[in-house]
Design a protein around this ligand. Sequence first.
Ligand code: GLU
Length: 309
Amino acid sequence: MPDLDRIVQDIAAEMRARPDRGAVASYIPELARVDAQGFGLAVIDGDGRIAAGGDADTPFSIQSISKVFTLTLALGMVGDRLWRRVGREPSGSPFNSIVQLERENGIPRNPFINAGAIAVTDVILSGHQPREALGEILRFMQFVAQDDSITIDERVAASEKRTGFRNAALANYMRSFDVIENPVDYTLGVYFHHCAIAMTCRQLATAGLFLAYSGHHPLAGHSVISGERARRINAIMLTCGHYDGSGDFAYRVGLPGKSGVGGGILAVAPGKASICVWSPGLDAAGNSHLGRIALEMLVKRTGWSIFGV
Ligand code: GLU
């Protein structure tokens, strides 16, 4: 077993000192206020042993990482029927691309680009009031993170609602194909709010444990989803979790992962650990710059890449 405490401390120290930090997301004004110096890393294994370094207990906006959990919930609600509304191929396009949606008749490429995640949110919303759907998502996050104190940052949600014109365009376009069934404002409201959940690296790493252990959550003591479903979600994380940087992330890190524009990345080392890293500066594809570098270092030292040592 690698000396995780040592490795995590080494990586945190090295990342703190690096001058290249990427650029904090500015298209959501509230995220533009976050200090680019932040860096946190948490690694948790199936026995609940946790190695944490840097700002691992600082809450940040989880943004698109929430899409892993909404996908899990939606699959639980409608099963494979979900795939009638959203595909599962890498997009090769930016996370908020409109042009691809037009070419493909309003069916988003995968559940992790914005259009796909909005369609997934719409599935969770159907038959419920927005408040109920959001409550369901938040309670699920609290359960898998084993922490009832997790909340939504209302300022981030409001900030995104005020400026989310592109997401509104995607949602309206999908509505015209009946891929979205609910009033667009309701679906977007739930979507903006689940993206605005604030969590720490420690909480998010804990929340990812069921994906690392074949659907079983070792700390909750029971299964969240089947092993088959966990395997499939991991596959989509590997192929689609970093937008049009997914191939590069697989090449460099070799773990299923999901990034968010808040600078977080959740990564899953099947049978070994669940990992969350956070550094708010992003690269050109909208993925955490130092987060990816830190994961590359972690995988090198632990030999955890799913493609071999
Ligand atoms: N809430 C963000 C948006 O819809 C999520 C994007 C991301 O984290 O990549 O633009």
